[in-house]
Write a protein that binds this ligand. Structure first.
Ligand code: S3P
Length: 189
């Protein structure tokens, strides 16, 4: 298996939580690319999108990932930003740099997880929800996530491995995902 490892997937799919568990189990490094973005440019990803717009954000995000990929360390788990693979040739680039795992959840689960983890710092989800019709925020978010995930799924599904989340909202789901990926990595290194 080519290293490093890139975890990809929709917002609130657990890329950061799963990545930390996995890195800990393997004794490898963990990098959250949204955090790296903030350290590099002095704005959170959400702040940057609000201030400079999506196109400018995607360019900076790409530069950040490319810069980190030049570091001479292999044993790293990267949690990517949810929209990263879906811009220009980013998915092809990630696949060439290392091995990609898609954390796949159903729109209903993602909607619940988005509210649990908070949408204030996620302008894409918040604005997307507000642009929908619906009786309440949950209905509007579900409508947004369904459509948005359907647009992105084709790209995400190009990952080397697709990891399906259990069909529940249990807290231990992130650990279940990490365990599956851990097995795949250790058996294929
Ligand atoms: C985005 C997801 C965010 C962040 C930015 C845009 C997206 O990352 O990169 O707000 O377009 O899906 P998370 O997936 O970590 O929330």
């Amino acid at each position: 298996m080519e290293l490093p490892i890139y975890l990809i997937g929709y917002m609130a799919s657990g890329k950061t939580t799963v990545g930390k568990i996995l890195a800990n189990k393997l004794g490898w490094s963990f990098v959250d690319l949204d955090d790296a973005f903030e350290e590099l440019y002095g704005y959170t990803t959400g702040e940057y999108i609000r201030k400079f717009g999506m196109e400018a954000f995607r360019k900076k995000e790409k530069a950040c990932v490319e810069m980190l990929s030049e570091l001479p360390i292999q044993k790293v788990i990267y949690a990517t930003g949810g929209g990263y693979p879906c811009w220009e040739d980013n998915m092809d680039c990630l696949k060439e740099l290392g091995t990609c795992f898609y954390l796949r959840w159903k729109p209903e689960q993602l909607t619940k997880r988005l509210f649990l983890s908070g949408i204030e710092h996620r302008p894409v989800a918040k604005d997307g929800m507000n642009a929908q019709q619906g009786a309440n925020d949950e209905e509007k978010m579900l409508a947004f996530v369904r459509g948005h995930l359907a647009e992105r799924a084709e790209i995400y599904e190009q990952a080397h491995y697709i990891i399906d989340a259990p069909n529940t909202l249990h807290d231990s789901n992130d650990e279940v995902l990490a365990e599956q990926i851990y097995k795949l990595i250790t058996e294929n290194l």
